[in-house]
Design a protein around this ligand. Structure first.
Ligand code: MBD
Ligand code: FE
Length: 271
């Protein structure tokens, strides 16, 4: 049994009061109450509770925690991270993917540094993304386990380079209770295409963030999760450096993008 907790009591009591006040305001009937009750049980049974919470609430908490602080902005983690993704090594680095992985090949490069520009070597970058069909391996769809998920370390100069595919704009699963809820309240289920990252390095605060791509229509038409921040939107160019492409084993058209992550100093992390 949990003990009395003043903070939980304060916040939870006010949330209950706010909900009760709205039930009264809108004169919610018993049959409406029962319909909502059934929907909520269905949400729990479907396994979509993490999805629902992260879609509607995580970005609020994330902004309260991190906005206004220096360094690269964080944003929400979302429900589709899996721990223990494959540790990538060798040269060049390639996110695990199928031989015929659909989607435009993309080379993503960048650097990690501290607030003063000092490179951060040997940092751990945990990266995951949806495939060209907008699904995350291990959750929905038929991608093999671990597809488009990987961990890699920055080099001695703080840089990294990895080959992947450009993720497609993405609809959160919309045939279950979360999608039903969005439809009932008149919201679409789209997110702009994105990469996810958790970056950890000794002596720095962990950074949980995402990157988006300029020109994505859902940047303008609204991210259902409300997690986009302007400085996390990066340019994508057509790749023209043939020797770079060759080094990554790409011989057709492809795209390139880069981002330099800036980490805040922080407590010792295990990385
Ligand atoms: C996602 O892919 C995601 O990134 C977030 C934040 C919420 C739901 C699905
Ligand atoms: Fe996502």
């Amino acid at each position: 049994m949990a003990d009395y907790d003043e903070r939980v009591a304060t916040v939870a009591t006010e949330i209950l009061a706010a909900v009760r006040e709205r039930l009264e305001k809108h004169q919610v009937t018993h049959s409406e109450y029962r319909a909502a009750w059934r929907w909520l049980i269905g949400l729990a049974e479907s396994g979509e509770v993490p999805l629902f919470l992260d879609v509607f609430f995580e970005s609020v908490v994330e902004r309260l925690t991190h906005d206004g602080k220096p360094g690269s902005p964080g944003t929400v983690q979302g429900p589709y991270h899996l721990p223990d993704a494959q540790m990538l090594d060798g040269d060049p680095l390639v996110l695990p993917m199928r031989d015929d992985e659909p989607g435009t090949p993309m080379i993503f490069t960048g650097k990690l540094c501290g607030l003063d520009g000092t490179p951060v070597p040997n940092a751990l970058i945990d990266m995951w993304q949806a495939g060209n069909d907008g699904t995350y391996s291990g959750f929905v769809g038929d991608a093999p386990a671990g597809n488009l998920r990987g961990r890699m370390r920055t080099g001695a100069d703080g840089t990294f380079q990895v080959r992947t595919i450009r993720p497609a704009p993405y609809q959160i699963p919309h045939s279950g209770p979360t999608g039903e809820f969005l439809a009932m309240i008149g919201m679409h289920a789209w997110r702009p295409a994105h990469f996810h990252f958790i970056i950890t390095a000794d002596g720095y605060e962990p950074l949980i963030t995402q990157l988006y791509f300029n020109g994505d229509e859902w940047l303008e038409d609204g991210d259902v999760v409300g997690a986009v921040k302007d400085s996390l939107v990066i340019d994508v160019r057509d790749g023209t450096d043939e020797s770079l492409a060759a080094r990554f084993g790409i011989n057709g058209s492809h795209q390139v993008a880069e981002y330099d992550f800036v980490l805040r100093p922080g407590g010792a992390n295990v990385s």
